[in-house]
Design a protein around this ligand. Structure first.
Ligand SMILES: [Fe+2]
Length: 353
């Protein structure tokens, strides 16, 4: 199994994972063959990527941190919770229920490795993004030894961090070109709006309120709304800041293409202790597969292959299925190269298979 962009998928490929719409409707079941008509149907529903099984990937499995059905249910319930005309409060009890269900899933993993199934429609970005940010933040909280109640409050804050956007016009939020200064100032208000909504709500702890208010603050004071610095920013807001930026950069948006996780790791570490807290970055990236299973990679020898198994101890050294020799010729028989046992081989870049 591997994940491919829908524009690069050919008719005839077999779908490896069922594709759902946000309201839980099956768009295409696992095992179906892609036809041109089906590709057009998925594009029409805003789907940009699919998991397929093909000759080079058919016995590769990609583990799910949270089961697809739980992700779909949580996203659709979150959408109901947040999509209220001129929203003033939110049901804190319900938000805790969603967080508890995600937590139960996270704790079932024996090795905490993130591979969130991120097949999502561009239109449903806010809800998918919020659920992912909640999962990333809770995992980071676990590593930083958060206790149960703190972890739940962090989860609620992360799930609702952008709730203030519900008060901002879609014309600005979904604008495909760059924003004017006035529009950007309008977007920035989502932090204060979010804080107000959560403060007026029952069963929402102060931690969650402050996450909504401070998740765009940056360590060096370059963030908003108050240009707070270093330890003026509470830890839960620092955790959500890292999760928020990572998820945003690794996702396709209306105005830009996503970046590969291995590039985002480098980029975010370059902003360590400038934008992001280093301790939080270290805890966060312990859970992230730099080269997730199914990624195409180029080795230092010029050979190209597909990551077939992740190495949790040594994230930059997964097992790679070699598909192409250094002369660019496809191999008839693939060999598996465990980079953790072959120190002279290493990944130099990613490769679009
Ligand atoms: Fe935000």
């Amino acid at each position: 199994m591997r994940k491919v962009s829908l524009d690069e998928t050919r008719a005839g490929s077999i779908i490896a994972r069922t594709i759902f719409s946000l309201n839980g409707m099956v768009l295409l079941s696992a095992g179906s063959e892609l036809t041109l008509e089906r590709i057009r149907y998925l594009v029409h529903h805003g789907i940009t990527e699919v998991y397929i099984n093909d000759d080079i990937s058919k016995d590769i499995t990609i583990p799910e941190t949270v089961r697809e059905e739980i992700l779909i249910q949580t996203k659709s319930q979150l959408k109901k919770l947040m999509t209220v005309p001129s929203i003033k409060t939110v049901d804190g009890e319900k938000a805790l229920e969603l967080v508890d269900r995600l937590m139960e899933e996270i704790l079932k993993n024996d090795q905490i490795i993130i591979s969130l199934s991120d097949i999502r429609s561009i239109d449903d970005y806010t809800f998918s993004h919020s659920v992912n940010v909640a999962i990333f933040s809770m995992m980071t909280g676990i590593t930083l030894e958060y206790k149960s109640d703190d972890l739940r409050n962090l989860g609620v804050g992360a799930l609702l961090h952008d709730i203030g956007k519900m008060r901002i016009s879609d014309d600005v939020l979904k604008k495909p070109s760059s924003l004017t200064i006035d529009e950007y100032n309008e977007v920035k208000k989502h932090t204060v709006f979010g804080y107000e909504i959560l403060k007026n709500s029952r069963n929402i702890n102060t931690t969650a309120q402050l996450v909504a208010l401070y998740h765009h603050e940056r360590i060096d004071g370059s963030g908003y709304p108050y240009n707070l610095k270093g330890n003026e920013i509470p830890l839960p807001a620092k955790i959500v800041a890292v999760s928020d930026v990572f998820d945003a950069l690794t996702t396709d948006r209306v105005y830009r293409h996503k970046m590969h996780p291995s590039k985002v790791v480098d980029y975010m570490y370059s902003l360590s202790n400038k934008h992001f807290d280093k301790t939080v970055l270290n805890a966060f990236f312990m859970h992230i597969a730099n080269y997730p299973v199914g990624t195409g990679v180029l080795l230092n020898t010029g050979e190209k292959g597909l990551v077939s198994k992740y190495n949790p101890v040594w994230p930059n050294r997964p097992v790679v299925r070699i598909l192409m020799n250094e002369k660019g010729m496809m191999l008839r028989q693939y060999s598996e190269m465990d980079l953790s046992r072959n120190p002279e081989y290493y990944i130099v870049d990613i490769w679009d298979v």
